[in-house]
Design a protein around this ligand. Structure first.
Ligand code: HEC
Length: 211
């Protein structure tokens, strides 16, 4: 009797183990046995499936007209020559020069721009040097001829061989990068520092001359 129930227990145990093993037999797209189907399978409509609740039968909805995503700043200048000129005249950097902005700008610059423009902005980035990309103009030559508004416009839409960075850098990040580049090349807000410095130097030379 004792022997028999021992066999029985062992038998039940074996059945349980094999059931458990079968239950675990998941693989690929097969999740095995599902105990809570409503947790396993979302009851919400999948993005690209049909949906009887909407007139057009689509689950993926377009944003409501005249709305923008949270945190998104619209850009009003068009991707045209006129847009470029107009941004150049009217658009200015809303950010203050801070260590934080410059640090962020520097990080973003080395991630997104340095490969072409080079660490110092001389157009000698790694892919230009190894011959995989045509020449990139140095900032020193180009930037004194354009405004920060032009820079922002070009970074937003891209320019000739350079692609757009609107998807990669937020509005604020684009301005942070611009601050960093301006400091690097001493143009824009950073030009005054040198101008005043050289004006002072000039003035002191003048006095020396007069003396
Ligand atoms: C794949 C190479 C490449 C990368 C990466 C790149 N650029 Fe450029 N960039 C160029 C080239 C080429 C030009 C010259 C475009 C022209 O005027 O034909 C240029 C021009 C510019 C100009 C001058 C625009 C003008 O209006 O004349 C600015 C400012 C600039 N880049 C900023 C950036 C910033 C900021 C980044 C990173 C967010 C960046 N670039 C990333 C290739 C690149």
């Amino acid at each position: 009797m004792i022997l028999q129930s021992g066999f029985q227990i062992r038998g039940i145990f074996l059945v349980m183990v094999s059931l458990a093993m079968v239950g675990c037999e998941a693989g690929g797209n097969d999740p095995g046995h599902v105990y809570f189907p409503d947790m396993m399978y979302s009851r919400a409509y999948e993005t690209y499936t049909t949906n009887p609740n909407f007139g057009d039968g689509k689950t993926a909805r377009k944003p409501v007209e005249n709305t923008i995503p949270r945190g998104y700043t619209p850009y009003k200048y068009e991707d045209t020559r006129e847009g470029y000129d107009s941004a150049g005249q009217h658009l200015t950097n809303p950010l203050k020069v801070t260590d934080h902005a410059l640090n962020q700008g520097g990080k973003l610059y080395s991630i997104y721009c340095g490969v072409c423009h080079g660490p110092k902005g001389k157009g000698q980035g790694s892919i230009v040097k190894n011959g995989n990309y045509p020449a990139v103009p140095s900032y020193e030559q180009r930037l004194p001829k354009i405004t920060e508004g032009n820079m922002f416009h070009s970074i937003t839409y891209g320019r000739n061989l350079m692609g757009s960075y609107a998807e990669k850098l937020s509005y604020k990040q684009r301005w942070q990068v611009i601050l960093y580049i301006q400091k690097l090349v001493k143009v824009g807000q950073f030009a005054e520092e040198t101008d005043t410095a050289s004006a002072k130097a000039q003035a002191s030379t003048d006095t020396t001359n007069q003396e």
